[in-house]
Design a protein around this ligand. Structure first.
Ligand SMILES: CC(C)(COP(=O)(O)OP(=O)(O)OC[C@H]1O[C@@H](n2cnc3c(N)ncnc32)[C@H](O)[C@@H]1OP(=O)(O)O)[C@@H](O)C(=O)NCCC(=O)NCCS
Length: 254
């Protein structure tokens, strides 16, 4: 029971109070203030802040021990070396992984299954840097030492491998910028993100229809399909005549 005495400390109370408006702003599902204690994000970030202090003091083992304990309890793994700004929130949380050299600005929201990881082929700074007011949708993977600008929205399931300029939306695998200079960063609606694959298919459909039209015009207006059939018939007749006469027509000899 003594394990929970830290909950009476002024620093914990301050943290608890700071989380109430944050969670209320980010998750419409919350009904009562004390529900913040039930969010995995609440505990993961609380233990991360403690572990990060230890990490900065050079107490790496203790820092990792704390962060692994938090990972087991919350299913959110934040390396104590990561740098995270204020008003950071992880909705749901399961399966979130944040690497050692990741840097996260202020007012960033991640959904479940997000990885801010390395590609496996970089050394040193090998995790992404996220600006402020960034939203990363469920299951998105942001990989490598890349920079994501302020006010960026990353669609659920995207795999982002390159820098993303501020005020844009990126979706897809690999991630592509589909909207630039949007928007309201507080807009949590992810259902109306554009679909780059569908718009590419639409473009191909339009191009196909345009080419079919052109072929149709060439066939009927310039050459004329009936003329083409007649020309083929004439060529066949001349071949037969040439065979009968024992010699090929002049044009074919050439
Ligand atoms: C696939 C991977 C190993 C890189 O392999 P690689 O051979 O070095 O690949 P490259 O970086 O040269 O990329 C080759 C192409 O594949 C694409 N690509 C790379 N990784 C990709 C991924 N995960 N998903 C989709 N496309 C990917 C690249 O955009 C590139 O396409 P392009 O040539 O059109 O630009 C790496 O990107 C990856 O996914 N590593 C796993 C990282 C991971 O799981 N981290 C978790 C840490 S907790």
């Amino acid at each position: 029971m003594f394990r929970f005495l830290y909950m009476l400390s002024p620093s914990f109370r301050r943290y608890y109070k700071s989380q109430i408006p944050l969670v209320r702003a980010k998750d419409p599902a919350i009904k009562e203030d004390r529900e913040v204690l039930l969010y995995p994000s609440f505990w993961a970030v609380y233990w991360y802040r403690k572990a990060h202090k230890l990490y900065e003091k050079g107490e790496f083992y203790k820092a990792r021990k704390l962060s692994q304990k938090a990972a087991r309890k919350t299913e959110i793994e934040i390396h104590p070396g990561a740098k995270i700004g204020k008003d950071f929130f992880i909705d749901h949380g399961h399966g979130v992984v944040i690497g050692e050299t990741a840097i996260i600005g202020d007012d960033v929201i991640l959904y479940q299954g997000v990885t801010l990881g390395g590609t496996g082929k970089e050394q040193g700074k090998r995790h992404p840097t996220l600006g402020s007011h960034v939203l990363v949708g469920a299951g998105a993977k942001v990989l490598g030492s890349i920079t994501i600008g302020d006010n960026v929205k990353i669609g659920a399931g995207s795999v982002v491998l390159h820098d993303v300029p501020g005020n844009s939306t990126v979706v897809g695998v690999p991630g592509r910028v589909v909207v630039s200079a949007h928007v309201n960063p507080d807009d949590l609606n992810q259902s109306d993100l554009p679909d780059p694959v569908m718009s590419e298919i639409d473009n191909l459909r339009r191009e196909n229809a345009r080419l079919k039209n052109r072929l149709y015009c060439l066939d009927n207006i310039v050459i004329g399909s009936q003329d083409m059939e007649k020309a083929q018939e004439r060529l066949k007749q001349r071949k037969e005549q040439a065979e009968r006469a024992g010699s090929a027509p002049e044009e074919e000899k050439k």
